[in-house]
Design a protein around this ligand. Structure first.
Ligand code: BG6
Length: 488
């Protein structure tokens, strides 16, 4: 379909892990099914587990059968995929094991080394790829989280940079691969209608909600160390904020876009200890009911430690100190086990400067642009019109101008974020990946917030699973005379 992809070797480190089985293999299969993998492309599944390679391969194939929607499982594509797949047991920390890997990689082919392992191993993998003489032909793909704070992310990035130039490092934030997230760029910069209104003269505030209904899905060990701020805000939510707030890049090259995003991160006002309680709410879910199903609280999850005060919810007010956004708060919130799976951005436009309508209708008047990332991807613009009917006079009503992607483009399936991202790496395009300085500025901003929590004692508010979060998160926005849009 108009995309040419050269033959490559795709080496997946951590091939039997949760991410690989749930997301990466299904995404590779979909690319293969769509005819986007070259006939000579091979996939190497690398993991520490020894034993019969055929058994591990069968496990990967089984994961595909479980994860790929029934209608998209095509026996011919599955057997083609299986023919390119090879399993290799190796210890990622042993230089010798990389010799067997080298024997599988044709010298003339680009090698994509995807690290779906704990970040602590990234440095070793890079070093041993280099010792095995594979670094020159390789691009490396780094999964999040890269570190725990600015200092640890620097150590990891330094270790990778010793062997790879930035131009061959692809840091994943899978939100950047979502179709609707990429649409933010089209929406903002292909429509002069919006761009001329996109500033503090016309916008009163912005909301970004990423609510999940899932809990921690058996990942206590990782999640309890991280918490929702590090797991979701430091990366996904700040990336969304950057795409909404950045200035127009002068072209679509990776660095032009990333330069603009970095400027936004640099302009974020620090949330200091003094403003912490006013501007940030930390929550943890208690037992409750999500979509009719009773679920345990965070402290009763599998392998939990009943003492934990890790947050599973964060709401905060961010301010961007620059000419465009001065005085326009960005309210962010994200949590596990919330009422609904919903990712959406709401841009609230200012009220008209003068009212010619009946004063009691004043509260009604407000334009909003709602960008729905998931589910039901689409864009809706709330506009004011007149109510119809002879008896209505000049009564106003708010109605949507709506673009629902799944309905409008019925025949096209919406690809998973990882499909897009893997394809971009194969094409050597870094647009949708995060540059080192972006990660570092994002950490810097989160670090000062965490430091405030550490210093003042991080207050933790409980919320019942299946709700919209702690009551305090409602107070966070009502204090400014506003409300979260659309909460039921
Ligand atoms: C991941 C987080 O990066 O994103 C998970 O580690 C989270 O905790 C997931 O559940 C959410 O992704 P999505 O695409 O389902 O919104």
């Amino acid at each position: 379909p108009g995309i040419t992809v050269e033959p490559i070797t795709f080496a997946l480190f951590g091939a039997l892990g949760d991410l690989a089985l749930r997301k990466l293999f299904p995404a590779l299969y979909q690319l293969d099914r769509a005819g986007l993998l070259h006939a000579d492309t091979q996939i190497l599944a690398l993991s520490r587990e020894s034993g019969e390679p055929a058994t591990h391969k069968a496990r990967i194939e089984q994961a595909l059968r479980t994860r790929v929607p029934k209608g998209e499982l095509d026996e011919q594509a599955l057997s083609r995929f299986s023919a390119r797949l090879q399993y290799l047991a190796m210890d990622f920390r042993r230089a010798d094991d990389y010799m067997a890997l080298r024997d599988c990689v044709p010298a003339e082919q680009p090698l994509i080394a995807y690290f779906a392992t704990p970040a602590a191993v990234y440095g070793d993998i890079c070093r041993f790829l280099a010792t095995a003489g594979l670094a020159e032909q390789a691009r490396v793909v780094l999964e999040k989280p890269i570190g725990h704070d600015l200092a640890s992310s620097r150590v990891i990035n330094d270790a990778v940079a010793e062997h790879f130039p930035e131009s061959r490092i692809y840091r994943i934030d899978h939100y950047l691969g979502k179709e609707t997230v990429q649409n933010l760029i089209a929406l903002r910069f292909a429509n002069s209608l919006f761009e001329t209104q996109w500033d503090q003269h016309h916008i009163s505030h912005v909301e970004i909600t990423v609510a999940e209904t899932v809990g921690i899905e058996g990942r206590w060990g990782y999640f309890d160390q991280a918490g929702q701020l590090r797991d979701m805000v430091q990366n996904h939510l700040l990336q969304l904020l950057c795409l909404i707030a950045m200035d127009p890049p002068s072209n679509l090259t990776a660095d032009s876009i990333r330069d603009e995003k970095v400027k936004v991160l640099k302009a974020l006002a620090p949330i200091t200890a003094e403003s912490l309680h006013q501007r940030v709410v930390r929550g943890q879910y208690a037992a409750g009911n999500v979509a009719g199903v009773s679920v345990p609280g965070y402290l009763d999850e599998e392998n939990s430690n009943a003492e934990s005060s890790t947050e599973t919810f964060v709401a905060l007010r961010a301010d961007i100190c620059n000419w465009r956004w001065s005085g326009v708060p960005f309210y962010l919130r994200t949590g596990k086990r919330m009422a609904q799976k919903l990712s959406q951005i709401v841009i609230h436009f200012k009220e008209p400067p003068f009212y010619i309508f009946a004063p009691e209708q004043r509260a009604l008047i407000s334009n909003r642009l709602i960008i729905r990332l998931q589910p039901d991807e689409g864009i809706s613009l709330q506009v004011m019109t007149k109510e119809q009917g002879l008896d209505k006079g000049m009564h106003l009503r708010s109605g949507p101008l709506q673009l629902n992607f799944s309905e409008t483009y019925k025949s096209t399936r919406i690809p998973d974020a990882y499909e897009r991202l893997l394809l971009e790496v194969m094409q050597g395009n870094q647009n949708l990946f995060v540059r080192r300085d972006e990660i570092e500025h994002a950490w810097q901003w989160c670090d000062q917030l965490i430091e405030g929590w550490n210093r003042l004692g991080a207050e933790l508010k409980l919320y019942p699973a299946g709700s919209w979060g702690p009551v305090a998160s409602i107070a966070l926005i009502t204090r400014d005379g506003r409300a979260w849009y659309g909460d039921l």
